[in-house]
Each structure stands twice: as C-alpha cells, then as structure tokens.
Design a binder for this molecule. Structure first.
Ligand SMILES: [Zn+2]
Length: 446
C-alpha cells in the first residue's frame, strides 16, 4: 500500500543524502524497469526497439515530439487514440473549460517549452505523484497557510485545492492582464506562480500600484526566466523569484532552499548531449534528452526536447548531489503590443494568446514563428507537414486570422495586418528559439 509519509521521508532523504553512486544505481534500475514495461505494454516501443539491444540504453534510438504525436495511438498503454484525445482538447480550448478528466485521464494540449503542439497525458495516480513531489520537495516559505495563485496554462483538474496547510487557486493566463490583476487583488495570495512574461507585466502593475498583493515568494515556470526579468520582478515585488522546470514530458527540476534548480534525479533521467549526440561536460550547453520514471501510461524514453541547458559544474551549497541546472536556454517569448483603438496607447497582449491561436488552428502545423515588426504588422511563419493542399492552407490562414481578430478586439486594440509565410523553420543550436517575437521597443510611438 502506498504510504504518503514514507514517500515524504524518501523524497527528502534521497535529495539530501544520495551521492553520485546512489543516484546512478537507482537510475540504472529504474531505466531497466521502464524499458521492460514499455517493450511489453506499448506497441510502438516494441516495434521501435525490435532491432536494438534493449539492455544497451545509450544506443537506443531517440524519441521526439513528432514521433510521439505520430504514434500516440500505439504508444500509450491504455488504448486511447490520438484523434479522440485531440478532439477532446480542441473542445476544451473552445469552451475554455479545462476542468474535466477524459476517461479518467488528464489530457491536455501543450505548447510546452519545446514549442509546437503536443499532447500531454497523465493518469490521476501519476498526477498525484507529481503533486506530492512538489509539495514535499519545494522550499515553501514558512507561514501558517500557503495560498498559491497558479497562473496556469491548461491543466486545472487536480490543481485547485483547499486543504489545511495549502490552498491553490487557478488563474487563467488567457484572461486579460486587467482581469488577472483584479483576480489577484481579490485572492490576495502569499505565493504567485506564472510564466515570466506574465510576471513581468504584473511586476509593472505592482510598481504602478494597481496590483496590491505582497507575496512571500514568486515561482516562474513555462518559459525561460532571464536574469534580467528575474531582477525586475524581485525588485518590484520585493521578494525572491525561483524557477521550476517542467516540460509536458517530465517534471525536470525544482528549486532548493538556496534557490538553485536541481534535477529531480529520482523521477527523471536527464542526458545533456551535443549536436552529434555525445554527452557534454557540465558547464557547456547541450540538448535535453528526457527519460521519465513516473509516466508509465505514455512512456517517455530518450525523448529529445528542443531546450538547451547548462549543468552547473559546481555542487550546490545546500549539500544535495542532485545536479543543478545553471541555465535553461529554451523558449523565451515576447509580449505582443496592440495599438488601442482611436489612440496611441499600447496594450499588452500575452504571447500565450498568439501561440494558442496558431497551434489550435490546424493539425498540419509542425513549427511556427510570429514576428511583430510594428503595432500594425504581424508576420506568421508556418512550417507545415508535407503535401498540404492550397485550400487547407487557406483554411488555416482564415482560422488564425479570425482568432487573432477576436484577441486584438478583446484587448480593445486595432487588428494588425497579418502576413503568412510558408517556410522551413530550423532551430539554431546556439540560439534560443523565440516563437513569438517583437522587433520594436515599447516606446516605439513616443
Ligand atoms: Zn541546492
């Protein structure tokens, strides 16, 4: 029987007392178990690995989002089809009601840190484990009761919670900034979690006085937290900002009490590799390859993310031997600016809006970029799957156009001229891939 107290003890003692040898030994065992499970229960993996020696982990082929999405029906071990999951997500996007389980599972459409559309899928038990891990390992500030306002992209089932020690309230990042501020003022949380693009705008509101909350700690997630944004948010809120690093595929890292981002070595195995798929030394950036020990229903084995990370070569002063991520060089998106109707005033539009209109418009989109060159011009670059017909392209453009029109109107802003380009978008190994970019400064009109 599962015993939460024993789990708590384990989660803490592993983090504090395991040395490198303990970590390696444990991970080796977990990897073996996972591969055996995937090979037996997932039709995809048994074919994928059929010509490989499954005992030789470092020679197994890599997974990626494309392979995962293309083979979702055969890959998951519970018999759900890709079509039913996507339809369920599109319905949720339409109704914006993310509170439902689908056949007992949390199914979500992610834009993830790795960008284009993917399915995120966890069982209730898997979600429960991840929650426990966060509750037990996260350095919550010492206070009678934590009240966390979670500005969260998609998943809400299981996140809303009101217990004796902790209350979590979900705030949708798809509201306007004004609505988010109003909600936070009413809730008055002592912890706020949100993507850095939202936190940055909230910091300004705090500075200007419209946002009146004084949290004890701020948690950044979902996008890259640059040191610059971190500084601004810490200054305007007068509290620390810590980062968590979670992708749709795995809960990769949590901060320690010294604010450093430690890999969850007991629930995920992270390889950091160079262009030629060779391991890089700590201190140098490399691609993240994830193997997750929790997600058994959609096994994640040697799954390559588009993110680059640098491992800190120095051990953390907190004493834990779990590796520290010094920097995540993943997605960093810009805030789009709308020009208020009948005035020169600029209004903030969060990148999430733009991302969602693009990814929910069609299944054919593999990769995308949206670049705002002025408040009047927005260029959308799309990389589609092969052989998409002209009519289908027109439909995609119309859907995106309509969705963006409604977003800009909702923000009381003029709709920019939207140009569509069809090109191949490659990620430059050495640069961050910003999918939503703004090429002009905010004081553009002054
Ligand atoms: Zn530490």
């Amino acid at each position: 029987m599962f015993n939460p107290l024993r789990f708590l003890w384990r989660v803490n003692s592993r983090f504090k007392s395991w040395d490198e040898e303990d970590i390696n030994k444990y991970q080796g065992k977990q990897i073996k178990k996972l591969i055996k499970h995937a090979n037996k229960k997932s039709r995809f993996y048994s074919t994928f690995y059929s010509s490989y020696n499954i005992d030789d982990f470092s020679n197994l082929p890599f997974m990626n989002k494309q392979l995962f999405m293309d083979n979702f029906t055969q890959l998951n071990t519970v018999g759900l089809t890709r079509e039913e999951c996507i339809n369920h997500c599109l319905e949720k996007e339409q109704s914006r009601d993310f509170s439902e389980y689908y056949k007992g599972y949390l199914v979500g459409m992610s834009t993830g840190t790795s960008g284009n559309r993917g399915l995120e899928f966890v069982s209730k038990m898997e979600a429960f484990f991840m929650q426990l891990l966060v509750f037990f390992r996260f350095p919550f500030p010492k206070t009678k009761k934590i009240h966390l306002a979670f500005i969260l992209r998609v998943f809400s089932p299981g996140f809303g919670h009101n217990g004796r020690k902790i209350r979590i309230t979900y705030v949708s990042p798809l509201d306007t900034i004004e609505a988010i501020i109003e909600k936070l003022n009413t809730l008055n949380p002592n912890l706020i979690s949100g993507p850095p693009s939202v936190l940055q705008v909230l910091a300004r509101a705090r500075n200007e006085g419209s946002l009146k909350v004084s949290p004890l700690l701020i948690i950044s997630y979902g996008e890259v937290l640059s040191s610059n944004v971190k500084k601004i948010v810490e200054k305007d809120f007068n509290c620390s900002v810590v980062d968590v690093y979670k992708s749709s595929e795995s809960f990769i890292a949590l901060p320690c009490k010294h604010g450093n981002l430690h890999i969850n070595e007991d629930t995920t195995f992270i390889e950091v590799l160079d262009k030629n798929n060779k391991p890089v030394e700590p201190g140098k950036p490399g691609f993240v390859v994830v193997t997750d020990f929790i997600k058994r229903k959609t096994p994640i084995i040697r799954y390559k993310l588009n993110d680059l990370i640098t491992i800190d070569p120095k051990p953390c002063s907190c004493g834990s031997k779990f590796r520290v991520i010094k920097e995540v060089h993943g997605r960093a998106d810009d805030i789009i600016l709308g020009k208020k109707i009948g005035s020169d005033e600029l209004r903030f539009i969060l990148p999430d809006y733009i991302r969602r209109s693009i990814i929910s418009s069609s299944e054919y989109i593999e990769e995308y970029n949206a670049i705002q060159t002025s408040p009047e011009n927005l260029t959308i670059k799309l990389q589609l799957v092969a052989n998409v017909e002209k009519q289908a392209k027109k439909d995609i453009e119309r859907t995106i156009q309509q969705s963006l029109e409604s977003i800009f109107s909702k923000h009381d802003s003029e709709v920019p001229e939207i140009e569509f380009l069809y090109i191949s978008i490659k990620q430059d190994f050495d640069k961050k891939l910003r999918r939503i970019q703004r090429n002009f400064e905010e004081d553009f009109l002054n």
